[in-house]
Design a protein around this ligand. Structure first.
Ligand SMILES: Cc1cc2nc3c(=O)[nH]c(=O)nc-3n(C[C@H](O)[C@H](O)[C@H](O)COP(=O)(O)OP(=O)(O)OC[C@H]3O[C@@H](n4cnc5c(N)ncnc54)[C@H](O)[C@@H]3O)c2cc1C
Length: 294
């Protein structure tokens, strides 16, 4: 008997994923579950889906994923379960907590070390997987451990287990996507609330000055060792180059903008074109930071 049956009333059918992703494009999910109420319900849903053999993909803010035009078969879970607990300098957060919201709460409590996250889109779950970072900080520098659910049950992965690297982790490298990040414990430091806030406002202002507004996925390529993907793309004269509705930003060449009606195919064609031109002109093979979901 289907274990998912009792949860079906919670799901949306044939739900367009464009509104759940930062690039504002992509096809439909067969089923979509917007997790808001509790980790208990979220865990029950994902365990039931795994037990039924339904393909599952968990997303947070959809800020690093390019969803194909064909959409996603099976169940997409959007994790917005948001709870934060503070105990001195130890912060316990659920996977659906927004990085920016957490950064501002830490600032208000005089907790330093998380300022980098104030203008990074997405959730704790995505950041645990991607080792999100900015302005010299990253999640690996804060994380003690993370609670992970797999078909075998609930477990803990330590910082060492997660084998963090630049925008990379043991979870990101897992071919089998059968895991859910339900929570993380972060270690922060004491700081002065006004100094923390001032640093965060500097970070926000820097981003506004250097990065384009509009629908995008942030950096498309990882920076190669000792260089910047944006500099290489710009040096090839590709700023402003467009395929369909996807354009290399005239402001920051490592950002590709959805100018209004981009398809995932436009976006992918632009990624491959830029990669090929940069390789031909500079000899550097750029690795994507974004992830294609189909
Ligand atoms: C304008 C813009 C600026 C950006 N700037 C930066 C930046 O400065 N630094 C940076 O590092 N990134 C940046 N990014 C990319 C993005 O913010 C990060 O990659 C972020 O960590 C993505 O989090 P998310 O919750 O949106 O993850 P998603 O895009 O939803 O998912 C990313 C991956 O994590 C998995 N995942 C998400 N949540 C869970 C969960 N709870 N359990 C299991 N798996 C999960 C997904 O399956 C997927 O594999 C930017 C993006 C945009 C749009």
């Amino acid at each position: 008997m289907s274990q998912l049956a009792p949860f079906l009333p919670l799901f949306r059918r044939d739900e367009p994923l464009a509104k759940y992703t930062a690039a504002r494009l992509g096809g439909n999910a067969d089923y979509l579950y917007l997790a808001r109420s509790s980790n208990a319900e979220l865990i029950a849903v994902i365990q039931a889906a795994w037990a039924d053999g339904m393909p599952v993909r968990v997303l947070g803010g959809g800020a690093n994923v390019l969803v194909s035009d064909a959409g996603v078969r099976g169940l997409v879970i959007i994790n917005h379960v948001s709870q934060i607990g503070f105990q001195n300098r130890l912060v316990t957060v659920t996977g659906g907590v927004s990085l920016a919201v957490l950064a501002r709460k830490c600032a208000a409590l005089g907790l330093s070390g998380f300022e980098w996250a104030v203008s990074v889109p997405g959730t704790i779950g995505g950041a645990v997987v991607n080792n999100a970072g900015a302005h010299g900080g990253d999640l690996a520098s804060n994380l003690i451990d993370a609670e992970i659910v797999t078909p075998d049950g609930v477990g803990t992965l330590t910082h060492a287990d997660l084998a963090y690297a630049y925008r990379d982790s043991a979870l990101k490298r897992r071919a089998d996507r059968r895991f859910l990040v339900t929570a993380a414990r972060l270690q922060l430091n004491d700081g002065d609330p006004s100094a923390i806030r001032a640093l965060m406002e500097d970070f926000v202002a820097h981003r506004k000055r250097t990065q384009p507004p509009g629908a995008s996925l942030g950096s498309i390529f990882k920076n190669p060792p000792g260089d910047y993907a944006g500099r290489l793309i710009e040096s090839c004269g590709l700023k402003g180059f467009a395929i369909g509705g996807a354009q290399v930003s005239p402001i920051h060449a490592n950002f590709f903008i959805n100018t209004g009606a981009a398809s995932a195919a436009d976006y992918l064609a632009l990624v491959e074109h830029v990669r090929a031109v940069v390789e031909r002109e500079t000899g550097v093979h750029l690795e994507t930071e974004i992830e294609l979901i189909r």
